[in-house]
Structures are given as structure tokens and as C-alpha cells.
Design a protein. Sequence first.
Length: 331
Amino acid sequence: MQASIPVKIEASQGDYSLSLLTGYANTHVEPTDRENRTLSHLLDTKVNFSYAILEKLPVDVLLGLDLNLPTGKTNFVQEELVLIMDPDIIAINTFGEGYNVNPTVSVVKDWGMWTAGIGVGYLWRREYDFSKNLQDYDPGDIVNATAEVRRYFSPAWSTRFFGGYAWYGKDRVEGEDFAQPGEHYLLGLGLYYDETGWDAGFEIKTILRDKSKFQETTGGLFTEDSNGRGREFTTDLLLAYIVNDKTAVKASLRGLYIMDNDYPADSSRFVGSRMKAALNLGVSRRIYRNFEYEVNVKGFVMHDEEANFPETRNARDFTGLSTVVGLTTSF
């Protein structure tokens, strides 16, 4: 079970904007083979600066700078690591990192019924103590790029093709190479309908990852024999209806399928497939001129096939339910 209180503050002046996101989370786990664990702590603080250059150049440009301030929890004792769970099961599974700096540049161009955009970023990730047994952990930097092409067929109908790429640097522990995740590729296609009072959309995307590298017993890194991560497919169906000038309702249905990894079923590194379906229902309503509240209820079911990594286990099933209540005000 997890309860969290996120707080976000945004401000803008002309072409400049600033946002701050932080929060507090309480996470509770009841393992069957060890004592219960609870963590109540602040999360890291995210700060974003951006500057938009609009209608001044042949293309529109957005310059951004994202900062991660380490106000969250790190340096876990061994017994607390059970709190770091699968992100498909629980919303918050990263409780704290080091100082991170991420400059980004995005460029957009319109040609009548066409719009195209690209973005690039470089994430500097600084050293921190992950746990008592993993001190001086220096996660590798990340280079990422995104691209999108959108086509408008009419005022109501549009489609887009989008993609992404990420390269990960070497993770180091006490100055020694520890691991290096494989490169990450994303491809997706979406179809959207936007009419007065109605919004609908359908998206499908796939994620591919190259083989990762791990530490040799004699030092250095070796590339895994087969790909330890199966290909991932996600579909999203999105619906929104404007009831009146104060009230809107929305629904979304997500399907996730992760294939078996490339290791044979009798390998110690074999991980079977995963299937997940999640349904979200929400309503938002403006109660005063500058106040709006939103309530969302989300449920999911998930099935994992058997696996041998990181430990041998049989197939298993999960169910989950979450509720989000938000309040927004402007001044």
C-alpha cells in the first residue's frame, strides 16, 4: 500500500516559466517471509526552467533546464530494499537520487496541415549512496532524443507518428564500472478525434532495448549473452467528455504486453511474459472561479509467467486499486 501527497507549483511570465514538484510518500509492504516494512519520507524535488522562442524564428524553440534536488530517501539498509517495487505495481518506486541536471532543446515547425518536432536532452546524474551495501553509486549519464510528426486531416481528426531514443552511460560503484543498460528505442502511432465537447484517442507503441552490460568478476564489463528484456507493447484508449463549462469526465484503458526475454526457459536468466490491463475513470469540476478538483479511480489486473531471474518463481497474478484526488488553484 502506498499513499502520497504531491505538490506542484507553476509560474509563468511572458516566454519564461518555472515549476517545482515535490511530495511526501508513505509506503508499506507485508512480505510473507520477513517482517513488515514502512517508509514515510519526502521525495526528491524537481525544478524546471523553460524559455519559449515563438514566432521569432523559422521554427519555434523551447529551451529547458530540469534539476533534481536530493530531498528524498537514499542509503537504504538491506531490509528496506523490499520497499523498492515494480513500477507496474506501485506508482512511486524511486524514493531518492543525487543531484541531476538535464538541459533540453525542442524545435517545432508547422507546414499547413503538418507539424513536426524534435527534442534532445542530456541528463547528468551525480553520485549518491544507494544503500548501505552500495555506497558511492554513480549512475551513468543519459542522452535522449524524441521526434514526432503530426498530420491534421480535418479540424477534428489527426494522427501522429512518434519515436524516442536513449543512450545510457556506465553505472559505477566506488569508481569501478558496475553495469550499463542497453540503448532504448521507442516507436508509436496515434489517432485522435477532437470535437466540441468530445475528445478521443488511440495510441499504440513499442519499446525495444539492446543487450545490457554487467560487471565481470575479474573487472570490466561483459555484454549479456541474450537480451534480458523482452520487447514491450502498450495500447491506450482515451476518452473525455465535457459535460458543461464546469464539469468534465474522462476514461482510459491501457493494455501492456511484455514478451519473454531472449534466454531459453531453462536458463537462470529467463523471464517470462507479462500482461496487464488498467482502467481509469475520472471527473474534474470547477467549484469556484480559480479552484478545480479532480477525482480519479484506477484499477488493474496483471499476470506474470514463470521466471528464473532474479529468483526462481512460478506464474503469478496481481490486482490493484488506486484513488487520486487533486486540487488546483490559480492566481
